[in-house]
Ligand binder design. Structure first.
Ligand SMILES: Nc1nc2c(ncn2[C@@H]2O[C@H](COP(=O)(O)OP(=O)(O)O)[C@@H](O)[C@H]2O)c(=O)[nH]1
Ligand SMILES: [Mg+2]
Ligand SMILES: [Zn+2]
Length: 287
């Protein structure tokens, strides 16, 4: 039998099989020694004495380490328009990390009901769309049809700083989704962090992980030249003059040329340059 891991609590694994049945399983010692199974893994299972045992992890399409999750289609980056104010630096850093892992970013701008028509967030929204990213706007009294369509049939991981409205959005997407918003957790006096382990939930015909990860962004394992190759709006027709161009100040750099000609966003390039200083270094950037 095969299944997908949707939840891990200590050594208990919850799987969903191809018929949509949930099963509790344990991992065989040899599997745990090879490579720790993570949420999102597709696994092979054998039944011994009525116990479901994970025998093998099937090859992963992609993998994130913090949060630990595999086989992700997209990451939904939630950033509020205001309160907290929209940060292109944070959105770009999340786009960079996510794209590096081979996962598509989906940008959701929340609290749009709190914006005036001249809010600077609108020019960022235009810029991300022009750069080829899907941007969905949400807020009180906004329809969620576009977001639901984007989640359907996909495995999505949720990212975004605290207070941007992630839990509120999930509750609105699925009222059964018993995730406490900050008000509830404050009422219970439990503080802000109600989300503790990684788990995939069935939402809008897809799978969604609201994870405790992404609280500090680790660029230490990232090579900045490979990163540039994976940022979709940095793709250029003509290559840079030098094979080993770092796109910082080299002559004949196609990316710098793209910025000069207005094809590549100036601030996204600046955000890239700032991140190259964190790459391959033991330094993390706190969210
Ligand atoms: N005006 C407005 N407030 C929102 C919206 N979404 C969330 N909030 C408020 O923002 C605060 C933080 O929301 P929460 O869902 O807990 O954010 P999380 O930390 O990202 O899960 C709460 O006080 C919500 O009521 C929205 O679309 N519009
Ligand atoms: Mg929350
Ligand atoms: Zn270059």
């Amino acid at each position: 039998m095969q299944g997908k891991i949707i939840r891990i609590v200590s050594n208990q694994y919850t799987l969903i099989d191809h018929e949509g049945q949930l099963q509790q399983a344990v991992a065989m010692g040899k599997v745990r020694r090879q490579d720790k199974p993570v949420v999102g893994d597709e696994v092979e299972v054998e039944v011994y004495d009525g116990r479901y045992c994970i025998e093998r992890i099937l090859p992963r399409r992609n993998q994130l380490y913090r949060p630990a999750i595999a086989n992700v289609d997209q990451a939904m980056i939630v950033m509020s328009a205001v309160d907290p104010i929209f940060s292109n630096v944070l959105v770009d850093r999340l786009i960079f990390l996510i794209s590096y892992s081979g996962i598509d970013p989906l940008i959701v701008v929340s609290k749009m009901d709190l914006t005036a028509p001249d809010d600077p967030v609108y020019s960022y929204i235009d810029d991300y769309r022009r750069s080829g990213y899907q941007v969905i706007l949400v807020g009180h009294d906004y329809e969620l049809d576009e977001l639901k369509a984007a989640l359907k049939g996909k495995v999505t991981v949720l990212a975004g700083q605290s207070g941007v409205g992630k839990s509120s959005l999930l509750n609105k997407l699925d009222p059964d989704f018993a995730l406490a918003t900050q008000e509830i957790s404050k009422a219970l006096n439990r503080g802000k962090h109600t989300t503790r382990h990684t788990e995939l939930y069935e939402v809008a015909g897809g799978w969604l992980a609201d994870t405790p990860g992404f609280s500090s962004l680790d660029f230490s394992r990232i090579d900045s030249r490979t990163l540039a190759e994976r940022i979709k709006d940095f793709q250029v027709d003509e290559p840079c003059r030098f094979n080993d161009c770092r796109h910082l100040n080299e002559p004949g750099c196609a990316i710098i040329e793209g910025v000069r000609e207005g094809r590549i966003s100036k601030y996204r390039y600046d955000n890239f340059v700032a991140v190259t200083e964190l790459c391959n270094k033991k330094k993390e950037w706190e969210l």
